[in-house]
Unconditional design. Structure first.
Length: 337
């Protein structure tokens, strides 16, 4: 098993029932999740030795988080205890043409107050093969901007492969704040997850020629990113078409060595829960990279992992490598006997 480390905040998710607005709700369903935690759970389900670095309060919610991670065989050795509260968010699920809405309640959370001297990254990265973090983490506080940069630098010093998912959230910070921060982090990144809007509005890359195909535009943006940051070896994203809140199409994109590889276009009908779909995709990409999958096989696996995530409730993906591979090879709707 390969040691993989993720750094981020795990949140209490409070969801309303379908067809109910948040302000109407008189009961909420509890789950735990967060971008890097979701990636950790997926990679653990894929058979890797995964460690989650975070901070949670020393109260029953912090205990619940630790139990949740351990139930998925994610190691909590580097889970710091302290601070006043667990960050949370409220999810109002979209229906038909109405989009889902997220309301954050995470300011001054235990994780947002985490300081650089509370984590021994020499110990954390000992024997590690891969480190993953997302742009959500540095968006939460000045402390975490410094911590994210330190973590990436330390990982590179230790020869650890680094992964960074832009995961831009407009409710957490501005595009300019994200741009200023990401440009300090990207020189230490090997694997990057970002889309064409990130390239234009965060990295400031000129718009592609409008006459180009969608695929050639993406290849143009990714080539420009590699010109700016030649240390970046792999870039990935998805093309999503939203037909309604319950029906989307999804296609995966993977750029490496100057070539763009794409999955087939999957149609996802009757979406159960879209939250965490991007994290499932990221985990599939990372699994494929550390397992040296051929690029075409890798992008098919990662996209299939994301598609399957849409069929289960909660933030994290609950499928194994064999289940995802069987789905990718056999397609939907069949009975597995």
């Amino acid at each position: 098993m390969k040691k993989i480390v993720t750094l981020g905040e795990i949140l209490l998710r409070l969801s309303v029932d379908h067809n109910v607005r948040l302000f109407q709700a008189d009961q909420l369903k509890m789950h735990y999740g967060g971008a890097e935690a979701n990636v950790a759970v997926s990679l653990s389900n894929f058979g890797h030795d995964v460690y989650f670095v975070s901070k949670v309060p020393e109260n029953p919610l912090g205990t619940a988080v630790e139990r949740q991670l351990k139930s998925h065989d994610v190691h909590t050795d580097y889970l710091v205890k302290g601070g006043g509260r667990l960050g949370s968010y409220y999810l109002e699920t979209g229906v038909g043409q109405r989009n889902s809405q997220v309301t954050y309640d995470r300011k001054y959370s235990s994780f947002s107050m985490l300081k650089t001297d509370e984590i021994d990254f020499d110990e954390v990265f000992a024997g590690a093969e891969l480190f993953h973090v997302s742009g959500i983490t540095p968006a939460l506080s000045q402390n975490l901007k410094e911590l994210t940069l330190l973590a990436l630098k330390k990982a590179k010093e230790k020869g650890v492969l680094t992964s960074f998912d832009f995961n831009y959230r407009a409710k957490l910070w501005s595009q300019q704040e994200a741009a200023d921060t990401f440009k300090t982090l990207l020189p230490y990144v090997d694997i990057c997850s970002c889309g064409e809007l990130d390239a234009v509005y965060i990295l400031g890359i000129d718009l592609a020629d409008h006459s180009l195909s969608k695929e050639d535009k993406l290849k143009y943006y990714y080539s420009k990113i590699v010109e700016l940051y030649p240390n970046i070896r792999n870039i990935c994203s998805t093309f999503r078409t939203i037909i309604s809140a319950s029906t989307n199409t999804l296609q995966g994109n993977y750029f490496t060595d100057g070539e763009l590889y794409q999955s087939e276009i999957f149609q996802i009908d009757h979406i159960v829960d879209r939250v965490g779909g991007g994290d499932a995709f990221a985990a599939g990409i990372l699994h494929g990279i550390v397992e040296n999958m051929p690029s075409n096989e890798l992008i098919t696996f990662a996209t299939a992992a994301s598609v399957l995530k849409h069929t289960v409730y909660g933030d994290s993906n609950e499928f194994s490598v064999s289940e995802i591979s069987a789905f990718a090879n056999n397609g939907p709707g069949k009975i597995i006997r």
